[in-house]
Design a binder for this molecule. Structure first.
Ligand SMILES: CC(C)(COP(=O)(O)OP(=O)(O)OC[C@H]1O[C@@H](n2cnc3c(N)ncnc32)[C@H](O)[C@@H]1OP(=O)(O)O)[C@@H](O)C(=O)NCCC(=O)NCCS
Length: 190
């Protein structure tokens, strides 16, 4: 399992930092919103106590090195506007999955692209991962665009993989390899 060094990650507008107990109310605001949770793998939170429990589990995952969920703190006002996660590490294959969510008021301003650019750099660089994966609902066009803009490729469609409440949904499976990311960096740098 990795040890999570060299944190927080700093981007032009955001600080990606470990979460703590005091983040529970902002975490609840994000993960209780029906639009944010529309294509999520679990129903919206209904009680701030659930957010507190999640934050405790996130802190534990961080301590153990098997789960990294970072808060996106906006620098200009210190608001916690979202989170991004690396999880399901497979040490021998040097792969993991990535997940992310942005609070509803903050959509459409490029924040997640900015955050994930830094997170991917950390995953392929500091954590030495070989492969990153993402599992999204194929109807979630904003999420698909977010992944594709970074460089992820859709690799498959897994039918009826999720049951959340009374809704059954498919998975669009995305992957990105470290050497593809490195090639992209070289092209960008010219
Ligand atoms: C997915 C999410 C993180 C995107 O964050 P964002 O910073 O608002 O993303 P952007 O506004 O930069 O939009 C990303 C792209 O999707 C496009 N887009 C946004 N909403 C769209 C929609 N309803 N239909 C089609 N495309 C859409 C944007 O035009 C943009 O495309 P571009 O890069 O070509 O300009 C955010 O919508 C979110 O948190 N959603 C809820 C949680 C979630 O679904 N997480 C992913 C599940 S793993």
């Amino acid at each position: 399992m990795p040890t999570f060094g060299s944190l927080p990650l700093v981007t032009p507008r955001l600080t990606l930092r470990p979460l703590g107990e005091t983040d529970a109310p902002a975490f609840f605001a994000i993960y209780s919103h029906p639009e944010v949770m529309r294509f999520w793998s679990s129903p919206p939170l209904t009680d701030v106590a659930q957010a507190r429990k999640s934050v405790l589990a996130i802190e534990e995952g961080y301590r153990c090195g098997d789960f990294l969920q970072l808060g996106l703190e906006r620098q200009r006002d210190a608001a916690l506007i979202g989170t991004c996660t690396i999880f399901s590490f497979h040490a021998a294959s040097r792969r993991a999955e990535m997940g992310y969510a942005l609070g509803r008021p903050y959509w459409g301003a490029g924040y997640m692209h900015e955050a994930l650019t830094a997170l991917v750099h950390y995953a392929f660089g500091e954590l030495n991962l070989h492969r990153l994966e993402a599992d999204i609902d194929p109807r979630n066009r904003a999420s698909a665009r977010t992944l594709e803009r970074l460089g992820f490729q859709q690799e498959g469609l897994l039918r009826e993989r999720w049951i959340v409440g009374d809704e059954i949904s498919d998975t669009a499976w995305y992957g990105w390899l470290c050497w593809e990311w490195q090639n992209n960096l070289q092209i960008t740098r010219g």
